[in-house]
Write a protein of this length. Structure first.
Length: 102
């Protein structure tokens, strides 16, 4: 089952530009994607909308696969993966901050 892309290429590019300036706020290590990690991501997405995550070398996880799994579990949108970092986006329900161009 393929996910339907909610963002256009232009919108994705805009978010990539924003993500450029942010530092990773979480990391995935040996224990991989835990329930606690997903809760942390949900909180972070609600607060920030755009979140960058660092996949540690010792996790032995593929960054892109991990990003897509985290995006699926948090109902977020996968934006990009570069090296061992990835970015996901989900608009805040209570307090949307990022204005995405139409």
């Amino acid at each position: 089952m393929k996910r339907i892309d909610l963002l256009t290429g232009k919108q994705r590019s805009y978010l990539k530009g924003l993500a450029n300036g942010i530092k990773p706020i979480a990391q995935i290590g040996k224990s991989g994607i835990t329930e606690n990690f997903i809760k942390q991501m949900n909180d972070a997405l609600e607060a920030r909308e755009l979140v960058k995550v660092h996949v540690l070398e010792n996790s032995l996880l593929d960054t892109k696969e991990t990003a897509n799994e985290v995006a699926k579990l948090t109902r977020a949108e996968f934006i990009q993966a570069i090296g061992n970092k990835f970015v996901i986006y989900r608009p805040s329900k209570k307090n949307p901050k990022i204005q995405i161009p139409k």
